[in-house]
Ligand binder design. Structure first.
Ligand code: C2E
Ligand code: CA
Ligand code: CA
Length: 770
């Protein structure tokens, strides 16, 4: 019922105190009223004794008067001779002397005469009989409804001839004088037995009083108990009065109302009650205050525990040094520890353990908060060929490279949020409205980030690629933007571009891509896979001397798919072996067709890094190549060699021994290792189109291309420039001594019959570029 502790305590204390108070009051009241009763009873008994005394004095007095008269000779003569006049005069004389209320003479024959004879006549016979019996006749008789105390004296002449009877009325006046004799203001009354009970008192109380008197007489106790009456409780004393005739029963009732007896104590009781009430109020207030004082720290603790539950600041003030104070201290310590632990866990959840940089989740939170206003792109900055870097400098220094790059990035784009998204990818947000703006911002970032790093005392060059994706509020939010930026990074790498914005069309539908993976084998079987060819143009010889086979998937629903989409998938699913087997066979077959038409061109096949560790593939490839007369070239990437150098170099040696020329593809993307370059038994170096793109605009790129060409030549390698699209680029490259040129300027990758047409025209007229 009471949910608050201090209310409970207060109610408990108040109830306890109230009950105690009641008990004390009841005990006090009963002691007081007992005492009062005892006192009153004592007084009543004393008054009873006084009454007895008064009664016997009065009897003596009456007896004296009656005796005096009855012994008088003249009077006796008058009675004997029935001299009424003498009798009356003698009695009148005595009545006035003794103040007698009732006086008459009754003969032994029951004849009544003299003064008050009238009313007595009805009882004369009884009275005479009673007087004959009694030795000392005295007692109460009732006449005309009033009780009288009477005494009789015998008249002897010389024999008994009658009695002189004197009586005194027991009236209110009589009682008042008795009351005045008492020490306490008691009420005295003489009641007589009537047909309807004891009469003569207050008629309203008659029933109660009658029962009380009967009880008292039955118990023969003169001392009466409390008398319950209409006027409240009273203490009373019943005294039976002797009846003269035995017929007229009468009692003296002395009573004193209890309320009156208690009156002197009423003030005391009032003081007790008032003190009790004041005490109760004091206890309520006191226990309320005390309970509040006790429970306030507990309530504060409770509130703090609720705050703690909601992950809010939950310290409580320690105000006492008792158990509660110590509890509060322990609670505070606990809250601090929980807070610390939570912060640690949150930090761990939002940071990368290896570098201490924020992690993907942290970037998600930050970007989501930032992105609500729009105009935000997420950039995924990938360290190119990180596996190689790590192999070369070790895990901890490689982590340092990531950390330093991350810190640099954080310092760059004023307050940009930076995070480590995966082993080799950092993420950040960029302010940009359009993809073009974002790419420009990313280019600025790259220029700064690709400055050499000082790691462990050595200078290291890092090459980076960037994928960008807009953060559209709502939709998938930052999580989606980060994923798309990562995909864009993959797209940039696959397209060998430094920067790429997420291209939803190229990426396609992820679930559809999933079905692509499973559909590839079938695609080979049903002939959806085709081989296109792109010419390689010999600069000095001014003609096409070779072609590169580039695979295509003519998908029934999705149209012509480029290898950037499905080759990485084939590598992941293991279908790359089947695909490459098919490409190699088709390349050899196409070469035979070309040769048949008089075009002796070398045919290049791209060999995935995955297959460089596959000896079975090497056996198959060498066997296939051995069956043909044509010149076959395998394009392999330097990365493939770096990842598993021993096996790759061994296989490259075997290919070279089998007469297959080796072309080092995609040179200039990411880290290059001269150490490996020297070990590869290559014939050709293909400079990646990402470098060639910049050759007309950037002096730096031009310089790199030139030194690469020189380096390749010094290693005895021919140089092919990829992705040549303009005459300007061609002119520069030719000027630098580049041996072969491949690119849209010469021709796009095309089906065999188109290639045949192209080669035919090419033979017919000499082409000039630059
Ligand atoms: P790659 O070996 O570097 O092939 C050159 C890519 O550059 C081709 O893309 C070609 O279409 C494109 N290209 C040629 N000239 C130009 C130009 O002037 N400008 C531009 N912007 N691009 C030009 P494609 O055919 O989409 O092939 C992409 C990559 O797919 C290839 O890059 C190669 O790594 C891989 N690939 C293609 N066919 C095969 C294959 O049969 N086996 C394996 N393992 N990989 C293959
Ligand atoms: Ca290639
Ligand atoms: Ca290439």
């Amino acid at each position: 019922m009471f949910r608050r502790l201090h209310v409970k305590l207060t109610v408990l204390y108040a109830t306890l105190f109230g009950v105690t108070l009641l008990l004390v009051s009841a005990a006090a009241y009963s002691a007081i009223s007992d005492n009062a009763r005892r006192q009153v009873r004592g007084e009543l008994t004393a008054s009873g004794a006084v009454f007895d005394r008064v009664w016997s004095l009065r009897s003596d007095q009456l007896r004296e008067g009656a005796g005096l008269l009855s012994r008088d000779f003249g009077f006796r003569e008058a009675v004997a001779s029935r001299d009424e006049a003498t009798i009356v005069s003698a009695m009148e004389n005595l009545r006035s002397r003794f103040g007698i209320d009732l006086a008459f003479i009754i003969g032994v024959d029951g004849r009544v005469s003299a003064l008050d004879a009238g009313p007595i006549r009805a009882h004369a016979a009884d009275l005479a009989a009673a007087l004959n019996e009694a030795d000392d006749p005295a007692g109460v008789i009732t006449l005309g409804g009033s009780p009288y105390q009477v005494v009789a004296a015998p008249i002897l002449s010389p024999d008994l001839i009658g009695w002189v009877v004197f009586g005194s009325r027991l009236d209110t006046q009589e009682m008042s004088s008795l009351e005045r004799l008492a020490a306490i203001p008691l009420k005295a009354a003489v009641l007589r037995r009537g047909p309807a009970g004891w009469e003569g008192g207050d008629p309203r109380e008659q029933r109660v009083v009658s029962r009380f008197i009967d009880d008292a007489l039955a118990r023969r106790s003169a001392e009466a108990q409390g008398l319950a009456g209409v006027r409240g409780a009273a203490v009373a004393l019943v005294k039976p009065l002797d009846s003269l005739t035995g017929r007229d029963k009468a009692v003296l009732l002395l009573r004193y109302p209890l309320a009156q007896a208690l009156a002197p104590y009423r003030a005391l009781l009032a003081v007790i009650v008032a003190a009790g009430a004041a005490g109760l109020a004091l206890v309520v207030v006191g226990s309320w205050v005390l309970a509040r004082r006790l429970t306030r720290p507990i309530a504060a603790l409770e509130a703090a525990a609720h705050r703690l539950q909601r992950g809010k600041e939950a310290h409580v003030a320690v105000t006492t040094d008792d158990e509660i104070g110590r509890l509060a201290e322990s609670f505070n310590t606990m809250a601090t520890e929980i807070g610390d632990r939570e912060r640690r866990i949150t930090h761990q959840a939002l940071h990368d353990a290896e570098t201490g940089l924020p992690n993907r989740l942290a970037l998600e939170h930050a970007a989501d908060a930032q992105g609500v206003r729009g105009g935000i792109f997420v950039a995924a900055v990938g360290v190119d060929r990180f596996a190689y870097v790590r192999g070369a400098i070790g895990y901890s220094l490689a982590a340092q490279v990531i950390r330093m790059t991350g810190n640099r990035l954080a310092g760059l784009e004023g307050g940009a949020r930076v995070a480590r998204l995966s082993t080799d990818v950092l993420g950040c947000t960029l302010r940009a409205e359009t993809a073009a703006e974002a790419e420009a911002a990313a280019a600025r970032v790259l220029a700064e980030l690709e400055q050499p790093l000082n790691v462990g005392g050595d200078t290291i060059d890092v090459a980076l690629s960037v994928g960008l994706a807009p953060l559209s509020p709502g939709a998938g939010g930052a999580a989606q933007a980060i994923e798309q930026a990562n995909i864009a990074l993959d797209q940039a790498r696959a397209g060998r571009r430094k920067i790429a914005a997420f291209d939803a069309a190229a990426y396609g539908d992820p679930s559809a891509n999933l079905s692509l993976m499973s559909g590839m084998l079938n695609a080979i079987e049903v002939g959806q896979i085709e081989l296109f060819h792109q010419p390689k143009y010999d600069v000095r010889g001014a003609r096409v001397t070779a072609v590169e086979g580039l695979v295509r998937w003519r998908h029934p629903q999705r149209g012509m798919l480029r290898p950037d989409l499905f080759v990485p998938m084939a590598e992941e699913t293991g279908h790359i072996r089947n695909l490459t087997d098919w490409v190699l066979r088709r390349a050899i077959a196409d070469q035979a067709v070309l040769l048949g038409r008089g075009h002796d061109v070398e045919v290049s096949v791209n060999i995935s890094g995955r297959l460089l560790g596959d000896r079975d593939f090497a056996d198959f490839a060498i066997a296939e190549v051995n069956r043909t007369r044509g010149r076959i070239c395998f394009e392999i990437t330097e990365t493939a060699v770096i990842e598993n150098p021993d096996l790759a170099l061994e296989m490259i040696d075997r290919f070279a021994e089998a007469g297959i020329s080796i072309s080092i593809d995609d040179f200039g993307t990411g880290l290059s290792s001269l150490a490996y370059l020297k070990q590869i038994r290559g014939h050709e170096l293909k400079i990646d189109k990402a470098l060639i793109e910049g050759v007309t605009e950037s002096q730096r790129d031009a310089l790199i291309v030139r030194s690469t060409i020189d380096l390749a030549h010094s290693l005895g390698l021919k140089v092919t420039a990829e992705g040549v699209e303009t005459n300007a680029a061609y002119a520069i490259l030719a000027g630098m001594g580049c041996d072969n040129v491949q690119g849209y300027l010469i021709a796009k990758p095309q089906p065999l019959n188109e290639l045949l047409k192209f080669l035919h025209e090419d033979k017919a007229k000499v082409r000039r570029y630059g």
